[in-house]
Design a binder for this molecule. Structure first.
Ligand SMILES: *Cc1c(COP(=O)(O)O)cnc(C)c1O
Length: 383
């Protein structure tokens, strides 16, 4: 066993001049002292930064920390979670191949799978990830199994160990989006999943000031991405955002514990409130089972209001501490009504496709005082 997360995020190898924080290597290129060193680098005999569309030392500090947290052999950072998802998926699929994906996956991942993958003749089948037998039935012939546990908007969990083993038995690569739990509460690679993807814009950054992504997992799979999708599609992370992510990770274990406590407290109270029909929280889900993979909960869950769209509108407009918005994982509490997502134009609306109830409201419980948040919610529910 390696060090615990609290130690990983606080500890660094030496930086120049004994600095405890990494320098921001704000440089596009790195020069070579000699022809010999240039040639050895291009021949792949030595690895050192060449150009910041490839390796950048500040970003590498983030990649190494994230790899340690996920107990991964390697990690590669990207300019967004979607870039990380695109690279993970594209690097494991060829023309005419097939992917199985859990329903209620992240909306833009859904759009990628429905709009871009079909251009390459890649067929994606969506399945209820809570039902491991159903997943196993559609797996034969698929090259990739795409998981997200818990899922977006309704937070359905999957038994990652069982599904990863089923994928392996069929010769398919398993990929899991771990943005919700973060490596503090779930480490899919230790359950046999091949690749983990993150939107680092959420909990990893933690301060709502970065858009970034990361893929972690087996060295051969990351190396394949390093040779093609990463440099050639060009969605690299900036050194400053890499630096902000290292800073954000310092408090990840502390923040996640707080999100867990406040989120569960408010989810329990909402479940007992007369204006609430149902709470979708992965630790309260009677059907889904993470198979013990989830060691805690983040601050993101949803509930169904007992009322119509007008009640949803009145509730949202009455909130004061909770701001209305997408994204999550920062210090601040947020509410996002599914009804607004349902009216979004486009042929591929995931909320409509997966049948999310229009009374569903997603909450992100931030780091504020939970009693202040509860007062805001109860007052808005009375509206
Ligand atoms: C936000 C999000 C993404 C996409 O990440 P970006 O950084 O916005 O590109 C992927 N998966 C989940 C679960 C997300 O919430």
């Amino acid at each position: 066993m390696g060090p615990e997360p609290e130690t990983i995020v606080a500890h660094d190898d030496e930086f120049p001049a004994g600095a405890v924080v990494p320098p921001i290597f704000q440089t596009s290129l790195f020069t070579f002292p000699s022809y010999e060193e240039l040639e050895a680098t291009f021949a792949g005999e030595t690895r050192r930064p060449i150009y910041s569309r490839g390796d950048n030392p500040t970003v590498q500090v983030f990649e190494a920390k994230l790899a340690a947290l996920e107990v991964a052999e390697a990690a590669r950072a990207f300019a967004s979670g979607m870039a990380a998802i695109s690279a993970a998926v594209l690097s494991n699929l060829r023309t005419g191949e097939r992917m199985v994906c859990v329903r209620h996956c992240y909306p833009d991942a859904f759009r990628l799978f429905r709009t871009i993958l079909p251009r390459f003749g890649i067929d994606v089948e969506f399945v209820d990830g809570r039902d491991a037998d159903a997943v196993q039935r559609v797996l034969p012939g698929a090259q990739v199994l795409y998981l997200e546990s818990p899922t977006s908007m309704v937070f359905e969990t999957q038994d990652l160990a069982r599904l990863a083993a089923a994928a392996r038995a069929e010769g398919a690569i398993s990929i899991a989006d771990n943005s919700w739990a973060s490596p503090i509460f779930q480490r899919p690679l230790q359950r046999g999943v091949d690749l983990v993807v993150h939107s680092a814009s959420k909990y990893l950054g933690g301060h709502s000031d970065v858009v970034a992504g990361v893929v972690a997992g087996r060295r051969d799979l990351i190396e394949r991405i390093n040779q093609a999708e990463f440099p050639l599609l060009g969605c690299k992370l900036s050194p400053f955002e890499g630096w902000l992510l290292v800073r954000g990770l310092r408090t990840l274990p502390l923040r996640m514990r707080r999100h867990h406590e406040s989120g569960l407290l408010i989810a329990e109270r909402l479940a007992g409130h007369p204006r609430i029909r149902r709470v979708h929280h992965p630790l309260r889900d009677p059907v889904g089972s993470s198979g013990g993979a989830l060691e805690g909960a983040s601050g993101l869950f949803s509930f169904e209001l007992d009322g119509d769209k007008d009640a949803v509108r009145r509730f949202c407009n009455a909130l004061e501490l909770f701001k209305l918005g997408v994204s999550w994982g920062g210090h601040e509490s947020l509410a996002f009504p599914a009804a607004a997502g349902l009216v979004q134009a486009g042929a591929h609306n995931p909320l409509a496709f997966f049948g999310v109830a229009p009374e569903t409201i997603r909450l992100h419980i931030g780091l504020e005082d939970p009693e202040d948040l509860w007062s805001d919610l109860t007052r808005a529910l009375e509206a």
